[in-house]
Ligand binder design. Structure first.
Ligand code: DC
Length: 225
């Protein structure tokens, strides 16, 4: 079966997941949030207090898996649904750190490829257009200024976790950008054939419309340009 694969990469807080969810629901595709996989490994390492020099060896016992329930992705550690537990600032930073380890990326690589082989997907992450799905029919690099991303995250988190301060969120975002862009294996970067979308001055609806427009244009012109 030939599936349609749409890759959306970009830094933390650019709106990838919200926009990808909206667009995938419209297209009837599966939305795959690959950051959740790295976050789940980070949770596994944190919960089990695994020291740095034992991380690679410990991956055999990690048992990370994804399920799609009514189109919504849930991530599991063993038989435990950890989809909500992985959404803390500590796990965000730990995921960024653990994602620099090549063995962690290898461990998750085939899982991502398989889902894209078997389903029409919008997959978001950091290396989807460059490494995981280099042949994706549509590639988008979604970004926004660090200040705008921090202010969005601030609004999102202050509803859920009390009141983390804006400066702390901004410095976390800048540190994660630095980690994600400068790691040796599969760093965050725009694929040569990706379309750049800067959402700094775009609302959610406008951003989703722009992404939908790019997708239908690319797909009607036969995929990759
Ligand atoms: O998208 P996110 O913020 O949930 O991702 C958490 C971390 O996981 C991110 O800082 C870097 C890493 N990540 C990655 O290295 N490659 C991906 N495809 C997705 C996420």
């Amino acid at each position: 079966m030939n599936t349609i694969n749409i890759a959306i990469d970009g830094p933390a807080g650019a709106g990838k997941s919200t926009i990808a969810k909206m667009v995938s629901a419209k297209l009837g595709y599966i939305y795959v949030d690959t950051g959740a996989l790295y976050r789940t490994i980070a949770l596994y390492i944190t919960e089990n207090n695994i020291p740095d020099d034992e991380i690679v060896k410990s991956l055999d016992g990690a048992e990370v898996s994804l399920k799609f329930i009514d189109g919504a992705q849930r991530v599991y550690l063993g038989d435990r649904d950890v989809s909500d537990l992985i959404r803390t600032p500590e796990i965000s930073m730990a995921a960024s750190k653990v994602s620099t380890i090549p063995a962690v990326r290898d461990y998750l690589f085939e899982m991502q490829k398989k889902i894209a082989r078997e389903n029409n997907v919008i997959m978001d992450g950091r290396d989807i257009g460059t490494v995981v799905l280099p042949d994706a029919q549509v590639k988008i690099f979604l970004t926004a200024s660090a200040e705008e991303r921090a202010s969005r995250r601030y609004k999102e988190l202050s509803d859920k976790l009390g009141c983390p301060c804006y400066e702390e969120i901004l410095s976390d975002i800048i540190e994660r950008d630095r980690n994600d862009m400068n790691r040796k294996t599969a760093p965050l970067r725009q694929a040569e054939d990706a379309v750049l979308v800067d959402t700094t001055n775009l609302g959610l609806e406008e951003s989703a419309e722009e992404i939908s427009r790019i997708i239908s244009e690319k797909l009607s012109s036969g995929g990759k340009m």
